[in-house]
Write a protein that binds this ligand. Structure first.
Ligand code: FES
Length: 131
């Protein structure tokens, strides 16, 4: 898969990520991508099984998983981290530091991508993959 094969950004919508700001993260990413004129949808998925490291954001189907690591009850978006994700989505460098927690779980991330592709799992706002 090419580095910039990106069709959606997917934010976890399960409770552990919600209490760490995933709803606010989703809104920020939607607003920022729209502001920049980047036509990439921001969808939701329940959940990536990286619950202690959220809010978690998947770059789909390219496969980078960003763990934004906010404390519980901290729902204010981490703007610097989110802007690093946006930079990657718009063709810049991957924010490697924010991917370290997920790296040991890449097989699970790849499985989530397969589940989204197959229409299984609880996803919303993710368009059918272009093949
Ligand atoms: S609650 Fe977000 S990864 Fe599980």
């Amino acid at each position: 898969m090419s580095e910039h094969e990106i069709e959606a950004v997917v934010v976890c919508k399960n409770v552990d990520c919600v209490v760490r700001g995933s709803n606010e993260t989703t809104q920020y990413l939607k607003d920022k991508l729209a502001e920049l004129g980047i036509n990439i949808p921001v969808g939701r998925y329940d959940c990536f099984s990286l619950c202690d490291f959220g809010p978690n954001v998947l770059v789909y189907p390219e496969g980078t998983m960003y763990c934004l690591e906010q404390p519980e009850k901290t729902t204010t978006p981490a703007i610097e981290k989110l802007d690093a994700v946006v930079n990657h989505v718009r063709g810049g460098e991957k924010a490697e530091e924010l991917t370290k927690k997920a790296k040991p779980f890449q097989a699970a991330v790849d499985l989530v991508i397969e589940l989204i592709d197959s229409g299984l799992g609880s996803s919303e706002g993710i368009p059918p993959r272009k093949k």
